[in-house]
Design a protein around this ligand. Structure first.
Ligand code: PEP
Ligand code: MN
Length: 337
């Protein structure tokens, strides 16, 4: 439910509204905009439908939230969520770039890659220690050893670590090393895992499922937020279509659509969307133009030796060129990288 306060309401009116809702066990969120203050309330639908909020002093209007997702919706919170990760904002004017190899391979290679990223102004290093591979015979990641490599590169170069959690049993372990916990495409509908990361105190980067609709994607984000973790970053990474020239099909319209439907930051992973390095730059430019708050890009110093996803990994030089082009697009749409 959304309660719109009158422009001339008094602070006491607002407090009485919030207290009444909270006394009934409902969760509230206050948004103070330039012209209007609104209170979002969620909880038991039966209680909400019977509440006479309209008759409270200072209340102008009461609207139900019709969408199945509540906390993630823009109705609930009109202003953008900006997530601070050690002082680096995600969801603000700045477009954040998260880059690195698909999988953490060795400490040396990881550091070599990270050293190429730092001069480009990148603050976030990605790399999987637990890899969701299609084949059980493919490299599955180094587990904790890989997490330690990430942490030691962070220590040395000051990059924030973004890495995937696949199994609720590894939550404590991954949280020990990660600054942002990634939930991969294949686990977008793993509700047990979503509930688990809803209870951690780290931002969660949630990737859209291979065949997930926007509504299903947002319901998965709602699972995380319903547990109390409000730091959710949505990532469009391409969906399955009939097309086989590219690994997936980037749903570019998902970016402005998600920005319309939700207040959460929306980033784009061009690498997994196209699956080929030669298309990554163009798709990244499109993502920035469409309003993405960030990019998640696979970069490797020697893609031909990469233990996974070499064909879609950019060499540092190509990554630099891509960033330069994206910076120009960002400027054109009033943002910066
Ligand atoms: C990844 O980013 O490492 C990854 C496995 O991507 P996705 O879950 O989008 O396939
Ligand atoms: Mn990959």
């Amino acid at each position: 439910m959304i309660i719109v306060m009158r422009p001339d309401h008094e602070e006491g009116d607002l407090q009485r509204v919030v207290r009444r809702l909270e006394d009934l066990g409902l969760r509230t969120h206050i948004s103070k905009g330039e012209h209007r203050t609104i209170v979002g309330a969620i909880g038991d639908e039966r209680i909400l439908s019977e509440l006479p909020m309209q008759s409270f002093a200072g209340v102008e209007a009461v609207h139900p939230i019709l969408k199945p997702y509540k906390l993630v919706s823009r109705e609930f919170q009109p202003e953008n969520t900006v997530i601070q990760v050690n002082g680096f904002p995600i969801g603000g004017q700045q477009i954040q770039v998260i880059a690195g190899p698909c999988a953490v391979e060795s400490r040396e290679v990881l550091e070599e890659i990270a050293e190429e990223l730092v001069p480009e102004g990148v603050h976030f290093l990605r790399g999987g220690a637990f890899k969701p591979r299609t084949s059980p015979y493919s490299f599955q990641g180094w587990g904790e050893k890989g997490l330690k490599f990430l942490a030691s590169v962070r220590e040395k170069l000051g990059l924030m670590v973004v890495t995937e959690l696949m199994d609720p049993r590894d939550t404590v372990l991954v949280c020990k090393y990660a600054d942002i916990v990634q939930i991969g495409t294949r686990n977008m509908s793993n509700f047990r895992l979503l509930t688990e990361v809803g209870n951690i105190d780290k931002p969660v980067l949630l990737k859209r499922g291979l065949c997930a609709t926007i509504k299903e994607f947002l319901m998965s984000a709602e699972y995380i937020m319903a547990q109390g973790n409000e730091k959710v970053i949505l990532c469009e990474r391409g969906i399955r279509t009939f097309e086989t020239e590219t690994r997936n099909t980037l749903d570019i319209s998902a970016v402005p659509l998600l920005k319309q439907l939700t207040h959460l930051p929306v980033i784009v992973d061009p690498s997994h969307a196209v699956g080929r390095a030669d298309l990554v730059a163009a798709v990244s430019r499109a993502a920035v133009a469409a309003g993405a708050d960030g990019l998640l890009v696979e970069v490797h110093v020697r893609p031909e030796e990469a233990m996974s996803d070499g064909p879609q990994s950019l060499r540092p030089q190509a990554f630099r060129a891509m960033l330069e082009e994206c910076r120009r697009v960002a400027e054109a749409v009033g943002r910066f990288i």
